[in-house]
Design a protein around this ligand. Structure first.
Ligand code: AMP
Length: 170
């Protein structure tokens, strides 16, 4: 299903980057259900809150939270949230950026599952993990649809449980 629906876009958004476009997977009724069910499966019953990273992670997190009767947390790009925030900077495969959560969004001791579409260098998910920890929550695991193995994200997230639905080795 992922092989059939995921689109590969060479040299986007910059020359040398091979972009994995999952929008056709999200748009497919069976595809969406399959990835959401599979991404939460190893963590079933172990989390109270699903954190989705802006923007594609929001789609996964909202669907996963609804399906599992948990809450959803939006981990946003810098400058989008209206109240006091924690901020964590990170390096991206193509550039650098920062993520934020409200300081009061995560209940103390909440067990948080962090979701995103693609794991590349791990910088983005790493920043989200630090935000959860700074907020007083605990990260039970990380779920991604695609893992670009050569970029070393899993190593960068050493100590965390990382679950990817498909590993790409090129
Ligand atoms: P990284 O921080 O390097 O692990 O990059 C992961 C983040 O950037 C995720 O939010 C992805 O959506 C996005 N991303 C990085 N590389 C790619 C890629 N080759 N294809 C699609 N999305 C990517």
């Amino acid at each position: 299903m992922l092989d059939r629906l995921c689109m590969t876009v060479p040299d986007y958004p910059k020359p040398g980057i091979t972009f994995k476009d999952l929008t056709p997977v999200f748009a497919d009724a069976q595809g969406l259900r399959a990835i959401v069910d599979a991404i939460v499966r190893p963590f079933a019953g172990q989390f109270d809150l699903v954190a989705g990273i802006e923007a594609r992670g929001f789609l996964l997190a909202a669907a996963a939270a609804y399906a599992t009767g948990t809450g959803v947390l939006t981990v946003r790009k810098a400058g989008k949230l209206p109240r006091e925030t924690f901020t964590e900077e990170y390096a991206l495969e193509y550039g650098s950026a920062a993520l934020e959560v409200h300081t009061t969004d995560i209940p103390a001791g909440a067990r948080v599952l962090v979701l995103d579409d693609v794991l590349a260098t791990g910088g983005t998910v790493g920043a989200a993990v630090r935000l959860v920890n700074r907020s007083g929550g605990s990260v039970v695991g990380i779920g991604v649809v695609l893992e670009l193995v050569g970029l070393g994200g899993r190593k960068a997230l050493a100590g965390e449980r990382v679950h990817s639905l498909q590993q790409l080795h090129d």
